[in-house]
Design a protein around this ligand. Structure first.
Ligand code: ATP
Ligand code: MG
Length: 422
């Protein structure tokens, strides 16, 4: 029945998937904490206005990909397509400008209505960081270094390339923009329809186009470098020099852009060729104009976001699941005691499972299937002695243990039972 399928582009994260997601999040969370970034969460929906203002009405995300809806008596609302807008909004709403620098880490689901394919979904998940306040290249260096650190801790850094570029300061960008408009005007008929629109509203975004016909023209377009003033060149040199000093390898990609007006100076992406056309795993840049453009106090910012699905696909970790000890009452007469024992073991920190139904053979089979490390079988005979049967599910060996102080004797006969993982 069609209605029992998940909505196109969405996925259930079953146990193994969810473990992989958590693996990525845990690595990122720990690295972020080491760098002094505090984890925050903003709502998964905001007034549509928040995204329109930050991403721009002409961006693909706002014009085509947003899930927007009207709620009773409220303004139009959208599911967040990315994290920066909500964090910028929260920074302003909570009056955090007094406490800069603000260093934020976040993770959670994002929503974009785009064509689903491997590594591209309609509900996907991101980790990301934002550094609000610092205007100097040190900020760019820190967030890139944090991205590098996380990819390293996931064992992925060798499989990615850090590409960086500069978009210069506002003066440089205006000069470049004018040169781009002049160049593309000459080939207007050959541009895709989208890019013809971009030519008027947002010419930098043409550089980002994935259309084949646009790409050919982009390859010959003027380069940003020729329009950078000395302030912009200095800023970029500081970033590049520091990365070299920190032994963070990178490649200059003069075509790398962020199309939106408030982006400036450093733009960067960690890319891979292992995921087909979904090659960007982590992308970011400096956005000094954003907070002011939203109506907040002028505040510089730099940050990045990375797709958890793409990181998990790339890392493809084989992750251990906990191996519980399973309580098996022989008949229903021992069920309530079994419940007590299992609760007690959990309180002592054991992974403990309850075989819910069936005879002992059936429950043992299920315990094996669930990867249990051991079974504790509770029958009338055992009870008469105040004991329980311990069965090692690896060796098949059995022994009786006193119910009194069970946790301690369990660890004696099977020392790895408490922290056992597959
Ligand atoms: P792309 O060029 O792949 O569409 P983007 O420029 O739209 O990416 P950003 O907005 O910079 O992506 O998002 C940062 C990261 O989030 C991407 O590099 C990618 O890892 C991930 N991402 C973006 N969109 C999706 C999606 N629809 N499904 C899965 N991951 C995504
Ligand atoms: Mg996209």
């Amino acid at each position: 029945m069609a209605s029992l399928q998940p909505v196109r582009g969405t996925h259930d994260l079953l146990a193994e998937d969810q473990r992989k997601h958590h693996f990525v999040i845990a690595a990122a969370r720990q690295a972020a904490a080491h760098f002094g970034y505090a984890e925050i969460a903003t709502p998964i929906f905001e007034f549509t206005e928040v995204f329109k203002r930050t991403l721009g009405e002409t961006s693909d995300v706002v014009s085509k990909e947003m899930y927007s809806f009207q709620t009773k008596g409220e303004k139009e609302i959208s599911l967040r397509p990315e994290g920066t807008a909500g964090i910028a909004r929260a920074f302003i709403s909570n009056g955090l400008a007094q406490t800069t620098p603000c260093k934020f880490f976040y993770q959670g689901p994002m929503f974009r209505h785009e064509a689903p394919q491997a590594g591209r979904y309609r509900q996907f998940h991101q980790i990301g960081v934002e550094l609000l306040g610092p205007e100097t290249a040190l900020g760019d260096i820190e967030v890139i270094s944090l991205g590098d650190h996380i990819l390293k801790s996931l064992g992925l850094r060798d499989r990615t390339t850090l590409e960086i570029n500069t978009l210069g300061d506002q003066d440089s960008r205006q000069a470049y923009r004018a040169a781009l408009v002049q160049y593309f005007q000459g080939y207007k008929d050959q541009l895709s329809e989208d890019s013809q629109n971009r030519l008027e509203r947002n010419p930098l975004r043409i550089l980002d186009s994935k259309e084949e016909s646009d790409r050919a023209l982009v390859a010959e377009a003027p380069l940003f470098d020729d329009y950078l003033n000395s302030t912009s060149k200095d800023f970029f040199a500081q970033v590049c020099d520091a990365l070299a000093d920190l032994e963070i390898p990178f490649q200059r990609n003069p075509r790398l852009v962020r199309g939106l007006d408030y982006y400036c100076h450093t733009a960067f992406e960690f890319t891979t060729d292992a995921l087909g056309s979904q090659g960007t795993v982590l992308a970011g840049g400096r956005y000094d104009g954003l907070i002011a453009m939203m109506g907040g106090p002028k505040t510089a910012g730099v940050g990045w976001a990375a797709g958890i699905e793409r990181l998990a696909l790339l890392a493809d970790p084989v992750l251990a699941a906990p191996r519980p000890v399973t309580l098996i009452p022989v008949t229903s007469a021992q069920e309530s005691l079994a419940l007590k024992v299992v609760t007690d073991l959990r309180r002592q920190g054991f992974f403990a499972d309850l075989g819910f139904s069936g005879n002992v053979t059936k429950r043992l089979k299920r315990a094996h299937k669930n990867g249990a490390r051991a079974a504790l079988i509770l029958g009338e005979d055992e009870l008469a002695e105040g004991k329980i049967t311990f069965r090692d599910l690896e060796s098949g060996e059995e022994t009786r243990l006193p119910l009194e102080g069970l946790g301690v004797s369990l660890l004696e006969v099977c020392p790895d039972v408490k922290n056992s993982v597959s």
